[in-house]
Design a protein around this ligand. Structure first.
Ligand code: PEP
Length: 256
């Protein structure tokens, strides 16, 4: 079993007060407990430096929620991969359904981001997943396949090495409706098989997190399952009590 990876995506939430509270509580927890799993924390960018300066733990990493495809220049409002590297960000979430939907990001555009992140030896967290109409019309696999195809076409047989895929059915994000475990396993198996058949990457090297309404009361369902290598948390990462308890449950399960 690979180590379990917890990614926290704060989206457009938070302020100094909440971040400081969060830092204090996480610091406190990490100073008293040994964790062996990986935590990737992706707050809004303005708070990254504060967190980086205060939380120092070899299992705790910083993530960004987006990156531009340009490296520098006249691109008002954007953040480049060089800037993220400069502030110690190691992981970058791309292809989140909210960016696909609200910012019209296409599969091709997301593939460019993937390539730029890899070119800096940083780790993309590529979100893929079907919406409810696609699920109802039994197109979940074909949707994920198309989202993967653009990356597989980047002509690097090893492109999915040192990368994370977050399988996030859009209908499960922020809705309180998690996909059932059998369905998740089937989708994760499909994704792994599709990548291994179309690249040089071995199944064991493919890391897939599940995301979509994971919280304290259901986290246990996602643990100790070979196909699920981690979870991506939205809402439940915003509350430090809940977030720390989730880390604790994961830790207890994998440290047995
Ligand atoms: C997400 O934003 O990717 C997500 C999984 O959110 P939530 O946990 O709130 O469903």
């Amino acid at each position: 079993m690979k180590r379990f990876i917890i990614t926290a995506n704060w989206k457009l939430n938070g302020n100094n007060f909440l971040i400081n509270n969060f830092i204090q509580n996480i610091k406190n927890y990490l100073s008293k407990n040994i964790i062996t799993n990986t935590i990737i924390f992706a707050p809004p960018i303005p708070y990254i430096n504060n967190i980086k300066d205060q939380i120092k733990n070899k299992h705790f990493f910083l993530g960004a929620q987006n990156v531009d495809t340009n490296l520098f220049g006249a691109f008002t409002g954007e953040i480049s991969i060089n800037m993220l590297q400069d502030i110690n960000v190691q992981y970058v979430i791309i292809g989140h359904s909210e960016r696909r939907l609200f910012h019209n990001e296409s599969n091709e555009y997301i593939a460019k981001k993937f390539q730029i992140i890899k070119s800096k030896n940083m780790i993309p967290i590529l979100c893929i997943g079907e919406n409810i109409q696609e699920k109802s019309s039994k197109k979940s696999e074909i949707v994920c396949q198309k989202q993967l195809d653009v990356i597989l076409k980047l002509s690097d047989e090893n492109i999915f090495k040192n990368s994370i895929i977050a399988y996030e059915p859009v209908w499960a994000i922020g809705t309180g409706k998690t996909a059932d475990i059998q369905y998740i396993c089937k989708m994760h198996q499909f994704i792994k098989k599709y990548i291994t058949e179309n690249s040089n990457v071995h199944t064991n090297e493919i890391i897939i997190q599940y995301g979509g309404s994971v919280n304290l009361s259901n986290i246990q369902n996602f643990l100790n399952i070979d196909e699920i290598n981690g979870v991506l948390l939205g809402n439940s990462s915003l509350n430090y009590n809940q977030f720390i308890k989730i880390i604790e449950i994961v830790n207890q399960t994998y440290n047995k």
